[in-house]
Design a binder for this molecule. Structure first.
Ligand SMILES: Cc1cc2nc3c(=O)[nH]c(=O)nc-3n(C[C@H](O)[C@H](O)[C@H](O)COP(=O)(O)O)c2cc1C
Length: 170
């Protein structure tokens, strides 16, 4: 592989270079939601989501310890992973910055544990939080899937800090 190598045993961590290397991994985009302490809906854009196990049905995602929504995810026992479709770039951006009213203009209904299910999502995993695992400057949320639903829509993708639509299948 012809590439520049950073060896962390001999050089300091450059977070920008590491973030850019991690960004080579293309992902889908989700909005993870929960119920706030004041019973108001809470949610953020997240691409750290991945599947873990089919039996039992487990998934995970990670949340920054600096996120204003951290206390809501810590105190409520449930969350929803709303997988976004190719038409939802603006919706993703709405959930990617702190705001008191992220759900303005968003169509949603209550799912498992009264957590918000976004009607625009192409698939939804409604989960019970079964473990919170320390992960450096993030906290890893392991969820057991309690309900799930799926619509047939092309996905929204994220790669190198940019949103993409899926191209032709290989
Ligand atoms: C495509 C994309 C993926 C993101 N993934 C994550 C993630 O997995 N975990 C995380 O904590 N923040 C992630 N963020 C950043 C949060 O969405 C952003 O910090 C948001 O403001 C956090 O919500 P809050 O301010 O209400 O806590 C992502 C942002 C974008 C645009």
């Amino acid at each position: 592989m012809n590439a520049q190598i950073t060896d962390l045993s001999t050089s300091d961590l450059d977070p920008i270079a590491l973030r850019s290397t991690l960004g080579e991994f293309a992902t889908g985009v989700t909005v993870v939601t929960t119920l706030g302490d004041d019973k108001a809906p809470v949610g953020l854009a997240a691409n750290s989501f991945t599947s873990v196990s089919l039996d039992p049905p487990l998934i995970l995602w990670s949340l920054s310890l600096n996120a204003p929504s951290l206390s809501a995810f810590r105190s409520h026992h449930a969350f929803c992973v709303n997988i976004l479709c190719h038409e939802s770039k603006d919706l993703a951006l709405q959930f990617a910055r702190p705001s008191d009213d992220k759900f303005a203009g968003i169509d949603w209904e209550e799912g498992f544990g009264d957590t918000p299910v976004l009607n625009a999502a192409s698939a939804v995993l409604e989960c019970e939080t079964i473990q919170r695992i320390p992960g450096g400057d993030h906290e890893i949320y392991l969820g057991q899937v309690r309900r799930f639903r799926k619509a047939e829509k092309p996905p929204l993708l994220f790669h190198n800090g940019k949103f993409l639509q899926a191209g032709d299948l290989l």
